[in-house]
Design a binder for this molecule. Structure first.
Ligand code: UCC
Ligand code: FAD
Length: 585
């Protein structure tokens, strides 16, 4: 104090201007919703072991992984096309922290956990939670993990053929020296959404039964991966290929040989991206890459959809993790930052702002856990047909909804830090940039909305029936809880409006479900998340915050499709007006 008084006034004032950095602790221990969820759902023995593992992992993230993640951000991959002597080498050089992330991923069993199934159907929940905790400190390594999980899933769903056994063992290994990651090369210049018409890569059969691939892959993330799955059109004896979806087959290939030499692949360049800069996304020429056909001919899209559905779940994990991280930091900051004479936490309007983000994040988190639970059931032969239909429907619903939610949430949360939020070296803009991609890759919002329709059409109405019956069941349990009564009423109202919409959309000629797809999918997401929040809040040990989150969600979120439908927004005339609005009269 004495020293302070002796300091010159100007210097004292300058020092007072320093802002305290928000510090968060063990992410597992600090996440009340996560812990409440696990306590409510996991069998006691599993809960005990899983909690211990998560607490330990939470400490490891804080002390070891977080600094590595920041190193990955500061040392993005570098592309070296030629060596000093003019030889073409196409080296993608990654930093040591990135390599360490790969080892840690193996040590922690971030993929292995899901395939060993130590906790039977609960293993997927355990894995999802570990990935959720890992995500924002992983320095972008969550991306290759998503694709690796997807590749392992495809191989497992093929019955682990003998030719792929070795690859499967590597992809699901806990041994850092053995662990492989996979890429997912679907996008070509003519189309990332319309893969069926956009794929130009040709596969030529070799006398030994393998294939050689020729083509150009326009986006290949984590191009340092060991193996990849990709699509190509098999050429017949005359060199002709079949166009469209039924001309596409799925291939497995090793990206490099044992000497690290590329498999007849040339790297054109690394993409210059807004975010995910820690990770190498390359443009690749396949110039006779040796590959193995792993689907039936012409069943490429259906086969790779096993990968898509898994990597889309990882996308949901990434979305929820980004939201949670930004909120954790915002609430910490609000405990330290003084404005207008009091801490930010004592400004009700600021608290309202973060509380709204918290409600969003809770809905998204419960949606993620529901999907992980259903996936776990499906993979241990414990899922009913209804569970499987629900899983198929909820994956695109959750991917499209949380991708958008996360973008809005992290931008709002960035503002919670004022100008500091915009400063690069706080690390906050990294989270924002890396979140913005979540609604683009793995299928854009519109494409996922159309996938929602695809899943409904394919099930011939059964999936939507399961959706409604599951939601009803969840809210019925809560109807006797007085505090949840308004939320349950709002849910019933939303369900009835959505039912009317579905009936009306079928009857009204000018209405196309395609135009309604996005709003409809949002309605499904909001209603389902509302039901999950209500279910969570109706537990006997639910907190006041659980109840409040359910009530607020139902107040704010339910059923945009019905409103738009009532306002004739999907009529042909209105649809024409869309183009006029976009292009002017
Ligand atoms: O973007 C990428 C990022 C890599 C980085 C990873 C990060 C992950 C997160 C990290 C954590 C933060 S990789 C590229 C992603 N690309 C896409 O997502 C493609 C988007 N486009 C689509 O999804 C389209 O809807 C297509 C390509 C699937 C449309 O193809 P088609 O051939 O025109 O569609 P069809 O004819 O309707 O479907 C062909 C078959 C059908 O089965 P059958 O023939 O039995 O009736 C469909 O039911 O495929 C089936 N199918 C599916 N089945 C299509 N989609 C699915 C699905 N999702 N699930 C099950
Ligand atoms: P387009 O398909 O041209 O879409 C343009 C717009 O049109 C979008 O808004 C879309 O929603 C809309 N649209 C398209 N079709 C319809 C429709 N039928 N109805 C209504 N709207 C429609 N791909 C890989 O295969 N592997 C990777 O590793 C990979 N990594 C990536 C990494 C990053 C950082 C990014 C940004 C992309 C990556 N991608 C990867 C590519 C990504 O999957 C595609 O960019 C994405 O699927 C969209 O495809 P597109 O770019 O061709 O856009």
């Amino acid at each position: 104090v004495l020293e302070d008084l002796e300091m010159p006034v100007a210097r004292r004032e300058t020092e007072n201007l320093f802002q305290e950095q928000p510090e968060t602790g063990n992410q597992y221990l600090e996440d009340a919703l996560l812990r409440g969820y696990l306590k409510a759902h996991l069998p006691p023995k599993v809960l005990e072991e899983v909690s211990q593992d998560l607490e330990r992992f939470g400490n490891r993230l804080l002390t070891e992984v977080k600094p590595l993640g920041w190193e990955c951000e500061l040392n993005p991959p570098v592309f070296r096309q030629y060596d000093a002597w003019g030889q073409r080498v196409d080296h993608i050089i990654t930093c040591s922290a990135w390599k360490r992330m790969k080892e840690i991923s193996a040590e922690e069993g971030l993929i292995a956990e899901a395939y060993e199934r130590k906790y039977s159907n609960w293993s997927r929940v355990h894995q999802a939670v570990k990935l959720y905790l890992f995500s924002t400190t992983s320095g972008g390594f969550n991306c290759p993990l998503a694709m690796t999980d997807g590749a392992a899933k495809v191989i497992e769903s093929l019955g682990i053929p003998a030719s792929l056994k070795n690859a499967f063992d590597h992809l699901t290994s806990r041994d850092p020296k053995k662990f492989w990651t996979s890429g997912q090369w679907m996008t070509e210049r003519r189309g990332g959404s319309d893969v069926a018409n956009g794929t130009e890569t040709v596969a030529r059969k070799q006398p030994d039964g393998t294939y050689r691939l020729y083509g150009f892959k326009w986006f290949t993330s984590a191009a340092d991966s060991d193996v990849t799955l990709t699509l190509a059109r098999i050429a017949d004896a005359e060199g002709h290929v079949k166009q469209g979806s039924s001309g596409l087959s799925l291939f497995f290939l090793k990206v490099r040989d044992e000497d690290k030499k590329l498999n007849n692949i040339r790297v054109q360049r690394l993409k210059d991206k807004l975010g995910t800069r820690q990770m190498a996304t390359a443009e690749l020429w396949l110039d006779g890459a040796e590959a193995e056909l792993i689907s039936a001919e012409g069943r490429g899209v259906a086969s790779i959809s096993n990968m898509l559905n898994i990597s889309r779940i990882h996308n949901v994990i990434g979305a929820v993790a980004s939201m949670r991280r930004m909120i954790s930091l915002s609430r910490e900051y609000a405990l330290k930052r003084v404005v207008f004479g009091k801490l930010l936490k004592d400004h009700p309007l600021h608290m309202q702002t973060i509380a709204r983000l918290e409600v969003q994040t809770r809905g998204a988190f419960l949606l993620l856990m529901e999907i992980a639970q259903l996936l776990g059931l499906a993979e241990t032969n414990m899922a009913s047909e209804q569970d499987q239909l629900l899983l198929r429907l909820l994956v695109p619903v959750a991917k499209l909804y949380t991708g958008k939610q996360a973008s809005a949430t992290v931008i709002e949360a960035m503002e919670c830090f004022g100008g500091q939020g915009y400063m690069e070296d706080t690390g906050l803009p990294v989270i924002v940039r890396d979140t913005l991609v979540l609604s683009i890759w793995e299928g854009t919002t519109n494409i996922l909305s159309l996938d929602v329709l695809r899943s409904l059409t394919k099930s011939q109405g059964r999936a939507i029936a399961v959706f409604f019956s599951t939601v009803q069941k969840k809210i019925e349990l809560a109807s006797s809880t007085a505090k949840l009564e308004p939320a349950v009423r709002q849910m019933r109202d939303a369900i009835s409006r959505l039912t009317q919409f579905i009936q009306g959309a079928g009857a009204k000629e000018a209405v196309t479900m395609e135009l309604a797809a996005r709003d409809f999918s949002y309605s499904l997401a909001r209603i389902y998340a509302g039901a999950l929040l209500i279910e969570h809040a109706s537990r006997s040990d639910a907190s006041a915050a659980d109840v409040s989150a359910a009530r607020r969600w139902c107040n704010q979120e339910l059923c945009p499709a019905a409103t738009e439908f009532k306002n004739s927004s999907y009529d042909a005339e209105e649809s024409l007006m869309d183009s006029s609005l976009v292009y002017g009269s």
